[in-house]
Ligand binder design. Structure first.
Ligand code: BES
Ligand code: ZN
Ligand code: MN
Length: 513
């Protein structure tokens, strides 16, 4: 589904002839929770002649973050509908937190499905903070309006279509920095929406060859250099992990490589983005129970994020060389599937004793990470729906983060800035000791099948495939990649697109340093 158009306006919000206009609403805890229109809403509040907050209160508004209250304007302003979105307590600084704005903008635009043109008049400090604040509003609005097209043969009656045109009110619509943010937001939102689309597709329609084809098609015209390794090339190339996992499926595995090289930059920093692309994870011979197994269609979220981020990078043109590695396979039980007990020789020559075919992610990623290092890179930033242990320890919104200090710091900061939190986790020696194999270099999971430090076992395993001197981060997104509840903020049901915006922010950071 195509995304809405995005533009800046600097005319008085009260005079904008749009279908709906979004304003922010705070509560004032020091004043018994009395409502306060947020910055940006001044002219609209004035047009209501002092009755705006009392009317919103009458309609049940409290200013709670993400709360949406619709009010017919009955001719008081040009737009027929005002939507007040809660932005929480009156901010102590110049604006609410970036994440509050992102979620507020997202919730408002989602609630406005059915309106074609929507303007946002949200807080926008006229100072150095403005770029971050504007970016948050633009991204939140663009992502909250996402909807997966789906496969219904008969359209639902009275379906309210997503917003088609977004206008964002700013002090000066011709300001170069603000205009650049619009261009960036369109690219970033397209990448996140693309990631969500791929995740939300059913696994019968996105098996590894189709996923590879879809990524190649999406990258067409981007300027990225594209290489796809098929099953025979993977076997011949020594990608034992990808081959082992992929051999159980009738649809063969793929390794997709997307390369961006900045123009006119002598000796640029080199970054590898690596993503887990298991198009469906049954567990293989160590088969999973059926409850919730369908969600394993999202086990390619990491590769989807890497593919979409690469296309965005080609458009944003940072001064860093970036190569994406998408390790795609379908983990199936069959007569040709790999087994617990198998010893697999990986791309870097290390031998792995398999204990559980359901720990397939680290098998395909070990190869992809080793290939990235063989190509030559300064950073490996890898993301995967790797372990249920991540969800147990950090929940559904905060990713698990492991790796070298510099890369962990980079990703943690980028995650914080974008509302995609990732929390540092250790790589303890005793966890590595628990993965000694009697007959191979390392066992794939704890050799006594002990699940203690489950998420950390994944990080400790992947470290074996990172070459010396390479800064690396492993971002376990098992929880944050897929949102199974009702839509909230700028998260819609299904794929979230985490950590696309983290990657893009981290790359910007590396380009600037
Ligand atoms: N794809 C799963 C992890 C997962 C679980 C992602 C829940 C999203 C939500 C992964 O391949 C897996 O099966 N991991 C096993 C590892 C174990 C066998 C060592 C797990 O987490 O139980
Ligand atoms: Zn998996
Ligand atoms: Mn698995």
């Amino acid at each position: 589904m195509s995304q809405p158009s995005l533009s800046l306006v600097d005319t008085d919000p009260a005079e904008l002839a749009v279908d709906a206009i979004v304003i922010g609403l705070h509560s004032q805890p020091d004043d018994g929770g009395a409502l306060l229109p947020a910055a940006g809403a001044e002219s609209i509040a004035a047009a209501f002649d002092g009755k705006l907050t009392s009317t919103l209160a009458l309609l049940g508004a409290s200013g709670a973050p993400g709360e949406v209250t619709k009010l017919a304007t009955l001719g008081t302003i040009a737009a027929p509908l005002v939507v007040a979105v809660g932005l929480g307590n009156e901010p102590t600084g110049s604006a609410p937190s970036l994440e509050t704005l992102r979620r507020g903008a997202g919730a408002a635009v989602r609630a406005l499905a059915g309106s074609a043109t929507v303007a946002l008049a949200l807080p926008l400090p006229d100072d150095a903070d403005a770029p971050g604040v504007l970016r948050a509003t633009l991204e939140g609005a663009m992502l909250g309006g996402y909807r997966f097209a789906g496969y219904k043969t008969v359209p639902q009656p009275n379906r309210r279509e997503p917003v088609t045109a977004l206008q964002v009110h700013v002090p000066d619509a011709a300001d170069a920095a603000a205009v650049a943010e619009v261009t960036r937001a369109e690219v970033v939102a397209r990448a996140v929406r693309q990631t969500r689309d791929w995740i939300n597709m059913p696994p019968n329609l996105l098996r590894p060859p189709q996923f590879a084809d879809a990524v190649v098609a999406a990258a067409e015209g981007s300027g990225l250099e594209v290489e796809v390794l098929d099953f025979d090339e993977l076997k011949a190339g020594g990608y034992g992990g990808i081959v082992a996992v992929g051999q159980g499926s009738e649809e063969p595995p793929r390794l997709v490589r997307l390369r961006y090289v900045p123009e006119g930059v002598a000796d640029p920093k080199r970054v590898a983005l690596v993503g887990k692309g298991i198009t469906f994870d049954t567990g293989g011979i160590s088969i999973k129970p059926n409850a919730g197994m369908w969600e394993m269609k999202s086990d390619m979220s990491g590769a989807a994020a890497v593919g979409a981020a690469m296309i965005a990078i080609a458009a944003l043109k940072p001064a860093v060389a970036v190569t994406g590695y998408l390790a795609m396979a379908e983990n199936m039980p069959s007569g040709s599937a790999y087994r617990p007990g198998d010893v697999i020789t990986m791309f870097n020559g290390k031998r792995v004793e398999v204990y559980n075919t359901d720990a397939e992610g680290r098998m395909v990623l070990g190869d992809a990470i080793a290939r990235a290092c063989a190509d030559g890179t300064d950073y490996v930033l890898e993301t995967s729906t790797l372990t249920g242990g991540q969800v147990i320890s950090l929940g559904k919104r905060t990713a698990g983060l492991m790796g070298s200090d510099a890369a962990v710091e980079l990703i943690k900061a980028a995650g914080e800035a974008t509302g995609e939190p990732a929390w540092p986790m250790p790589l303890p020696d005793e966890v590595r000791k628990g993965m000694e194999s009697d007959i191979a270099d390392i066992s794939q999971t704890n050799s006594n099948l002990d699940r203690a430090g489950h998420m950390l076992q994944g990080g400790v395993f992947l470290r074996e495939f990172v070459a010396d001197g390479v800064e690396w981060a492993h971002i376990d997104i098992a929880g944050p990649s897929f949102h199974s509840g009702e839509a909230t903020g700028y998260w819609t049901k299904g794929g979230t697109g985490v950590p696309v915006r983290t990657f893009l922010t981290a790359i910007d950071q590396l380009a600037a340093s």
